[in-house]
Design a protein around this ligand. Structure first.
Ligand code: MG
Length: 286
């Protein structure tokens, strides 16, 4: 998982970003769109050229939005995704821009955190978000894209109910097992079982459970947290997942790259015996 700006990519141009990711030894990934990234023709050309040069495939474009804060769980609740009503309209427009940008790059998936979905299915805010997700799905469908919801901010059964209520064929889930732990919203493997029919992509990320209710857990390098990444891969195989294993490490700099390299090695080691008995349906690169 890499970004147009911030996080892994900092402010370097697309060619340097894609080269750096390619040199980690992967052939596909997800591209996060920084909230302030300008998505004009010049950028489309620069990203296209960079991706073609390195032979890198983008499987999903991630949208994020101005004004979002992940400083604490309460700020996430107040600021992230489609849930805050004051920014809903401008974020809907931005989501369409990201969908169009993805289309230009030949990417068939768009994803985002939509925020904390309310549990009450009759709550007017729930209905407003449901309607917005329907519109976004319909827009993505015109662009031949899947729209995926990142997991973690609500229990899996809430997400499953929400997907049923939105009722769009191109709506799926980007399953992040570590987020379930970081937000304290459910055991990852049980959550994966609950939403198994909707998973289109996954994040390979790890974390330790929060020690206090309402506080963040702690993200760790892959294999050092409470996800039990070996069991996660086994479960993915059990549900018939055949998509890419996208490593997400939400720190920056050299440490991030070192952790991603170690994560790739770990996934290669863990997936080998799983693949020995059965071929994956699609790609097998981490
Ligand atoms: Mg994630």
């Amino acid at each position: 998982m890499f970004w147009t700006g911030g996080d892994l990519a900092a402010q370097v141009p697309p060619d340097q970003t894609v080269r750096m990711v390619s040199q980690l030894g992967v052939s596909c990934g997800q591209l996060g769109i920084h909230p302030s990234a300008i998505l004009n023709n010049e950028q489309v050309t620069a990203w296209k050229t960079a991706l073609n040069t390195e032979g890198m495939e983008i499987v999903t474009v991630f949208a994020s939005y101005l004004g979002e804060s992940y400083a604490s769980i309460p700020t996430v609740r107040e600021t992230v995704g489609f849930v805050p009503s004051l920014t809903r309209e401008v974020r809907e427009t931005r989501t369409y821009e990201c969908s169009d940008f993805a289309l230009e790059l030949g990417v068939s998936g768009l994803a985002t955190h939509i925020g904390f979905v309310p549990e009450d299915r009759t709550d007017p805010e729930y209905i407003a978000v449901r309607e917005m997700v329907r519109r976004v799905c319909d827009y993505c469908a015109q662009n031949d894209q899947i729209f995926a919801l990142e997991t973690g901010q609500e229990p899996a059964r809430v997400l499953r109910n929400f997907i049923a209520d939105v009722d769009r064929e191109n709506l799926g889930i980007n399953f992040d097992p570590a987020n379930m732990i970081l937000y304290g919203s459910g055991k990852p493997l049980e959550a994966l079982e609950t939403v198994r029919d909707h998973v289109v992509t996954v994040h390979c990320k790890d974390a330790k459970w929060p020690t206090e209710l309402g506080q963040w857990g702690i993200e760790t390098p892959l294999g050092e947290g409470d996800v039990c990444i070996d069991k996660f891969l086994t479960k993915l195989k059990e549900i018939g997942y055949g998509g890419p294993l996208i490593i997400e490490r939400e720190i920056t700099g050299e440490e991030q790259q070192a952790d991603i390299r170690a994560g790739i090695a770990l996934l290669e080691k863990l997936k080998t015996p799983l693949l020995a008995t059965e071929k994956p349906k699609k790609r097998s690169n981490p």
